[in-house]
Design a protein. Structure first.
Length: 679
């Protein structure tokens, strides 16, 4: 270009034709245009390079934030390297080595994923597999990875892939959350479906949305989507026609007789209707719970009839006592009771007032020719069975020496171990009183057994069972209305706590039933009681919810292998600690044990209300509750005593009195096979 310009200038200078001037001018213009275009192109290229760098920086920053890994899989070399992140070693890894880091159950899935990209001509694809984040260490640190693969083909061969670019995203936490959400949803659905109360949801117009099995059972659905209930709104049902309107939805709780002729419903129900409003205060849903109380109503009516029968029985007993007292006063009849331990016999003219007492030797002197005279010398063998004798003898209560005919009935009584303690009976002059006495005895025993125990048991059980059931039903009603997981979790915790309370109550009832049917069975087996004690204390610690109460565990052994009935001993510890939790609101509850005098000494100490001295002897009796406002059946400590007796052990309580705390203890004999004391 420079040579051309020089020639043109020379020609101009030498006076050539003007056409050269024009050519020169055009050449100058072309030169400067070319330079300008090149300059603009360079600026555009620099701008695009800058934009590319900026986009690359943004993409790199995005990858860093997202915690994704990017790999390049060379199909021909069977080798993989990191493009972003450090999922693989710096030098990369072969296919064969990488498959070893994939979970064995997912290797086939990943192979099929790679083959689908390579062999089937796909450009993209994805799969999820588990990857060991420890790499070649193979520590089993499994994480769920989502692999999004993009296939790269060679420029010359569009059908042959050369590389696969894989973007791996850690999906572990998301999958865990999905699993937890699914489990929680399934749990709530199961609780809703298996509730003992019929439950249903309606929209604000009263159209049925969903029901559980119990609701469909009570209202006799012909199918899960019964057209009668789907086509009629809540406001159309007979139970709500006069109570509920579209313009007024309020909380309703009532008992009624539900009659739906179209479906053959005819029962007594307890209904709870609860409107649910949105954040703007507008009616959103209506929840309805229905409970069939027909059987409860029948039971209540039966209890009233039983109470009337009991009242009549008591009146009859009172009448029998009045008649017996009249007979004893007018017919010269006495009741007597002997004590073998004291060698005495006490006679009663009135029902509970002693009239005369004498020794068994003095009593024998009154008999002349009677088996009772020799029987008193061999008391345990002779009087171990009931005896009856009409004998001619010296008078018991009258002055003078005139002999009298007395008709004597005796019956033995025994202690808890079956050992004879003495006899009781009647001494009378007229045999006509036998029938009266037997009738009184039968009526008294029947009234005492069926009346006192039944009334006490029914009163306790009705209260104790309804308390947790009401909590379960009530909190189950409000559970679907809660919106946050924390609120729902708290309600579920309360429901599970009441379920646990109900199970413990039923366990106490079953244990008491086993006592009545022949006593508690003890099945010893070898166990490490030190570990068992740690486990039961860990469980008991969770039952202490009072913020001011500390749970203390005293386990002096690392290992203590012995032979005991582990389940029964755990039952005693559970009852001890549960009882302490009820009465302790400040201070501590301490559970511990040690080996003492050839057996296990187990105790539970608390800083609770304490036990008055006069009440300490009866705390192990059935149905004894020192505080009627504390929840419980009064069976737990009696069960503990039965277990201690069955193990041939001892049980007791130590308390300084009211508000001084208590210590319940049990000792059972056992032999230690192996032990290790803590340092």
């Amino acid at each position: 270009m420079k040579i051309l310009l020089a020639n043109i200038l020379a020609q101009v200078i030498t006076g050539q034709d003007t056409i050269y001037v024009v050519l020169l001018f055009v050449a100058f213009i072309a030169f400067f245009a070319t330079v300008g275009i090149n300059r603009i192109s360079i600026l555009r290229i620099r701008k695009r390079v800058g934009q590319a760098k900026e986009i690359s920086t943004i993409m790199q920053h995005t990858l860093d934030i997202s915690n994704n890994y990017v790999l390049k899989l060379d199909i021909r070399k069977h080798y993989a390297i990191n493009l972003h992140g450090n999922l693989l070693p710096d030098e990369g890894m072969s296919y064969e080595e990488s498959f070893k880091i994939i979970h064995p159950d997912d290797r086939q899935i990943y192979k099929e994923f790679i083959m689908s990209l390579v062999m089937e001509g796909k450009t993209t694809g994805s799969c999820i597999f588990r990857w060991d984040m420890s790499g070649n260490k193979h520590l089993g640190e499994w994480r769920y990875m989502r692999d999004q693969g993009v296939v790269e083909y060679s420029h010359n061969e569009t059908s042959t892939p050369t590389n696969i670019f894989c973007t791996l995203t850690d999906e572990t936490e998301r999958l865990k959350k999905m699993t937890l959400d699914s489990e929680l949803t399934d749990k709530y659905e199961m609780m809703f479906e298996q509730s003992i109360v019929g439950m249903a949801f309606f929209d604000k117009e009263g159209h049925l949305i969903n029901t559980n099995h119990k609701y469909r059972e009570i209202l006799k659905f012909q199918s899960d989507d019964d057209p009668y209930y789907l086509n009629n709104t809540l406001y159309d049902l007979p139970s709500f026609r006069t109570l509920l309107t579209h313009n007024q939805a309020e909380e309703l709780y009532f008992c009624t007789k539900s009659v739906i002729i179209e479906r053959g419903v005819n029962c007594y129900t307890e209904i709870h209707l609860h409107p649910i409003y949105n954040e703007n205060g507008e009616l959103y849903y209506i929840s309805c719970s229905v409970r069939d109380i027909t059987k409860e109503r029948e039971l209540s009516l039966q209890n009233k009839r039983n109470d009337l029968e009991m009242q009549r029985a008591n009146e009859e007993i009172q009448q029998y006592e009045t008649e017996l007292q009249y007979l004893m006063n007018t017919c010269d009849m006495r009741f007597f009771r002997t004590s073998l331990a004291n060698k005495t016999c006490t006679f009663y003219k009135a029902i509970s007032t002693p009239e005369k007492q004498m020794s068994l030797e003095e009593l024998a002197e009154h008999f002349i020719d009677s088996p009772f005279r020799s029987g008193l010398a061999d008391f345990e063998n002779f009087f171990s069975v009931p005896r009856t004798d009409l004998t001619y003898m010296h008078p018991f209560f009258h002055e003078g020496e005139e002999l009298q005919w007395n008709y004597i009935n005796t019956a033995p009584y025994f202690d808890a171990e079956g050992k004879l303690k003495g006899i009781y009976g009647l001494v009378r002059n007229v045999t006509d009183f036998i029938e009266k006495q037997e009738r009184l005895k039968l009526e008294t025993e029947r009234a005492n057994d069926s009346g006192r125990l039944k009334s006490m048991f029914m009163a306790n059980m009705t209260h104790e069972i309804r308390t947790p059931l009401n909590s379960i039903v009530g909190f189950s009603d409000i559970l679907p209305m809660l919106s946050t997981p924390e609120e729902k979790q708290e309600i579920v915790r309360v429901i599970m706590s009441n379920c646990d309370m109900l199970l413990r109550l039923i366990d106490d009832i079953l244990a008491t039933s086993s006592l009545d049917e022949g006593g508690i069975r003890i099945e010893p087996h070898q166990t490490d009681f030190a570990k068992t004690f740690d486990d039961i204390c860990e469980s008991m610690k969770k039952r202490i919810t009072e913020p001011g109460v500390e749970f203390i565990k005293e386990n002096p052994y690392r290992s203590l292998v012995t032979t005991i009935d582990n389940g029964r001993v755990q039952q005693v510890i559970t009852n001890f600690v549960t009882n302490a939790v009820k009465y302790t609101h400040q201070g501590h509850i301490k559970a511990g044990y040690h080996y003492k005098e050839g057996g296990l000494y187990i105790y539970c100490q608390d800083t609770g209300e304490g036990i008055p001295k006069e009440a300490q002897k009866k705390v192990f009796d059935r149905f004894v509750k020192l505080n009627d406002y504390i929840q419980g059946t009064g069976l737990g400590l009696s069960i503990c005593k039965a277990i201690a007796d069955a193990c041939k052990g001892k049980i007791g309580v130590i308390s300084g009195g009211k508000d001084r705390g208590s210590t319940f203890w049990m000792w059972i004999p056992c032999e230690i096979t192996e032990s290790e004391i803590k340092e």
